[in-house]
Design a protein. Structure first.
Length: 344
């Protein structure tokens, strides 16, 4: 049997492995890509900052207050008053994570004894946990009994097999943001169900949904947002976006030498189709057509992923230090009618 270094005791005693100084391979991440932290909450996202209050309220105009009348000459006037406003209420949800170290760890992790910085991986792990929690909070299924987690996409946009503005309440909830959608049916999102990723099926239904939710008011008032549909983003899981890429390739006869020309660039009416790994477990293959002007994260000013200075855990652990990250956040959908969910 031939010898190897591991069979020679003197080699084991006198010689180290190559230690890979300054290099750590990160394998802890479970999702291939994150959306909420890097693309909603970081610079350039659609986050709204609120400077005060225990939450926020949005005033909604949910009715036209009746109908105009066609009248004859000298006809008696008719006056009716109808309440046309209601309010949406959203409270803060708090996210916290932290990292800590012992003072003497830094004394040991220095000079020639240091292979890698012992603190940096802890910080990377903390931010990975935060990104994962934010992804689950926005794309996960809401639980009516859990009052600590925010109201994400599946809270505001609910599925229904009937085409039209039929998005009801998520399971276990009696209102959406305090709005009774039975009393105010204008607070329902658009829904459709599809079977196949073909032009005659899902594409046709998405075209209709796009037209039906592209609201434009004939009357402009600066305090009333009336233009929707300008900034749509379309979320899909791997199975669905892969089928859309196949459809795109099938209609293009000049693909050239690129075997996957539509990866990361497929779109619908110039709106990007975005792959969301968190949705891969959703076997209904949902398609979320979001207007980011009407569905967006809101954070409390001064508590937007605030990273604290290092602080001692005296008197409990006098040699231990920690850094905390805090976030006060929730998600708001001010107009579900500008948003769509389709599914199989």
């Amino acid at each position: 049997m031939p010898l190897t270094d591991a069979n020679i005791a003197d080699m084991i005693t006198t010689t180290l492995h190559h230690l890979g100084r300054g290099s750590i391979t990160q394998l802890a991440q479970e999702l291939a890509e994150f959306y909420v932290l890097p693309r909603m909450l970081r610079s350039g996202g659609n986050v709204r900052i609120k400077s005060e209050g225990i939450g926020l309220k949005e005033t909604l105009m949910t009715s036209m207050g009746g109908e105009s009348r066609w009248v004859g000459l000298n006809e008696e006037d008719v006056y009716n008053w109808e309440d046309i406003l209601t309010q949406l209420t959203v409270v803060w949800c708090r996210l916290n994570d932290n990292m800590m170290w012992e003072r003497r760890m830094l004394l040991e992790n220095r000079g020639k004894a240091r292979i890698n910085n012992v603190i940096k991986p802890q910080r990377v792990a903390m931010w990975l946990r935060i990104a994962t929690a934010l992804e689950a909070g926005y794309f996960g299924t809401p639980d009516a009994t859990d009052t600590k987690k925010p109201w994400g996409l599946k809270y505001w946009l609910t599925k229904n097999a009937t085409t039209g503005f039929n998005g009801g309440l998520p399971s276990g909830f009696t209102t959406k943001g305090g709005v009774n959608i039975t009393t105010y049916p204008a607070f329902k999102n658009y829904t459709f169900q599809y079977t196949n990723v073909t032009k005659d099926d899902v594409i046709k239904k998405m075209r209709t949904a796009h037209r039906k939710t592209n609201w434009r008011s004939p009357y402009k008032v600066s305090e009333i947002a009336s233009e929707f549909g300008a900034r749509r983003q379309i979320f899909m899981n791997e199975e669905t976006i892969s089928a859309f890429e196949d459809l795109g390739e099938a209609q293009n006869e000049n693909l050239g030498r690129d075997l996957a020309p539509y990866d990361d660039m497929i779109s619908f009416k110039k709106h990007p189709l975005i792959y969301i790994p968190y949705l891969d477990d959703d076997t209904t293959n949902p398609i979320y057509m979001n207007d980011v002007d009407t569905i967006y994260p809101v954070v409390l000013k001064g508590d937007n992923l605030r990273e604290s200075d290092a602080h001692s855990l005296v008197p409990i652990k006098h040699n231990t230090f920690a850094v905390d990250v805090d976030l006060s956040i929730n998600y708001v959908c001010s107009n579900p009618r500008a948003n769509v969910v389709g599914y199989v």
